[in-house]
Design a protein. Structure first.
Length: 124
């Protein structure tokens, strides 16, 4: 009878420990999913940061010059704008970069691409 009582206590203790680790693992997984740092960067290490795409989107929406559009077309021909291409555009056309560091990459690039397509479709 004494052995059975110890086994029940051991069983309950093991279940409690397993539940603790399971809930801790779920909590860590949820935290990492919500705070994933990779969502703020491109999978391509050479591609510009999302803040730079915000600046280009704002410039496209503000009725840019033909020279800017031509230079942007040359930079975006491969569907990727590198930081060096962005720096060249910034120095030439005085672009201002967004200061928010928590801008997600994919939606920002999609907004830029949508603005780019809209601009391409509306040019005379």
């Amino acid at each position: 009878m004494l052995k059975q009582a110890h086994l029940k206590t051991l069983h309950k203790t093991l279940i409690t420990i397993a539940a603790y680790f399971l809930l801790s693992g779920i909590g860590i997984g949820v935290y990492l999913y919500i705070n994933n740092p990779d969502k703020y960067l491109s999978s391509n290490p050479d591609e510009a940061m999302p803040q730079l795409y915000v600046a280009l989107t704002n410039k496209l929406k503000s009725n840019p010059s033909k020279e800017f559009v031509a230079d942007l077309n040359q930079a975006y021909i491969d569907q990727v704008i590198t930081e060096s291409e962005y720096i060249r555009l910034t120095l030439r056309y005085n672009l201002s970069m967004a200061t928010d560091l928590n801008i997600e990459f994919k939606p920002t690039k999609q907004q830029f691409h949508k603005a780019w397509l809209n601009h391409q479709n509306t040019k005379p």
